[in-house]
Design a protein around this ligand. Structure first.
Ligand SMILES: Nc1ncnc2c1ncn2[C@@H]1O[C@H](COP(=O)(O)OP(=O)(O)OP(=O)(O)O)[C@@H](O)[C@H]1O
Ligand SMILES: [Mg+2]
Length: 310
């Protein structure tokens, strides 16, 4: 996406942002990236050797989740979640099945609203816009956030090219050269261009699972999202395809903010800057990934990341 220059970027945004402007707050880059390539799950130590903030405070969060509760048919699925997400970082959500990770992602982009009988309460502030304010248009929120699901879901009847172009066309962009440029840049951004550049007319579903997942990432990138939400994006992929997506995430965070749900502890430790551990609808512990995996403060976190349950 580096090729996508600023004027093109703002031109796309002008065309797709037909509701209201959303000023972008630049986060201070005061926290170091805590992972290195090839990290494996570090061993848990009882006493911190490094000084981690006792109360981690994210300055100028891109997204601030405040007192969020969510219900399905009156049953509480998320209990008072408070979590700040730092811009241009990767935040991993971990926790056992059913603890509310997907529900949290779906609250963030207001997909939760689409489930009959689902309700939510609290605030989610994107820059300075409350996503749950009555006046906030959910369509605008969805445009500012891309989502990638566990199972790659390219549009089955569309070519590779049209899969990436679909959202732009749907938003009324007609300039063929502009669409071509964005498709090209998005496929580059998703590290797929070299593999598909001669097959753009072939069906999206003719690609391998790993390629389909990168096609879905390209489709999301074409809309110039500020936040990319990924729900177990590699769980259906082999290790090579998974590592391509992990490398890609590292590149993507230069331009956007990533929140990833993963059951793979090694993956969370390798790719993320921050980790949030959830259990039974609650946020148990949040911190720099290094701290969570090496020096968890809560016994429950330690038991989960060391595989004692889950
Ligand atoms: N559409 C739905 N209708 C009713 N209850 C739901 C629905 N989706 C999720 N739930 C409930 O909400 C809770 C949280 O589910 P969620 O899918 O967010 O968990 P998760 O952490 O993503 O789990 P997994 O790791 O298995 O994907 C669970 O108790 C689940 O049964
Ligand atoms: Mg889930």
């Amino acid at each position: 996406m580096d090729n996508l220059n600023n004027s093109l970027r703002s031109s796309i945004k002008d065309k797709i942002d037909d509701v209201s402007p959303h000023p972008k707050t630049k986060a201070e880059t005061d926290v170091t990236n805590t992972h290195t390539e090839g990290d494996v799950l570090p061993s848990i130590k009882s006493k911190p050797e490094r000084n981690f903030d006792s109360e981690l405070k994210i300055e100028n969060p891109k997204l601030s989740i405040q007192s969020l509760k969510a219900w399905f048919s009156g049953k509480l699925a998320l209990k008072d979640i408070n979590l700040d997400v730092k811009e241009n970082c990767i935040t991993a959500l971990i926790g056992p099945s059913g603890c509310g990770k997907t529900t949290l992602l779906r609250c963030i982009n207001r997909m939760h609203d689409l489930t009959p009988s689902a309700t939510a309460d609290g605030k989610i502030i994107l820059d300075d816009l409350n996503i749950y304010d009555k006046q906030t248009d959910p369509v605008l929120i969805k445009r500012r956030m891309g989502m990638v699901f566990q199972k790659p879901n390219p549009f089955p009847t569309m070519s590779i090219y049209d899969n990436v172009a679909a959202g732009l066309k749907l938003n009324g962009i007609k300039d063929k050269n502009l669409i071509k440029e964005i498709v090209h840049d998005s496929l580059h951004g998703a590290a797929l261009w070299e593999e598909v550049k001669n097959d753009l007319d072939k069906p999206g579903i003719s690609l391998s699972g790993g390629q389909q997942q990168r096609l879905c990432i390209a489709r999301a990138l074409a809309m110039q999202p500020e936040i990319l939400l990924m729900d177990e994006p590699t769980s259906a992929l082999d290790p090579i395809a998974s590592s391509k997506i992990e490398e890609l995430m590292n590149d993507l965070k230069k331009n956007l903010t990533v929140i990833i749900v993963t059951h793979n502890m090694q993956q969370a430790a390798r790719v993320s800057d921050y980790t949030a551990f959830m259990y039974l609808g609650e946020l148990i512990e949040f911190g720099q990934t290094d701290q969570i995996f090496k020096y968890p403060k809560k016994e429950l976190t330690e038991r989960y990341i060391s595989g004692k349950f889950g």
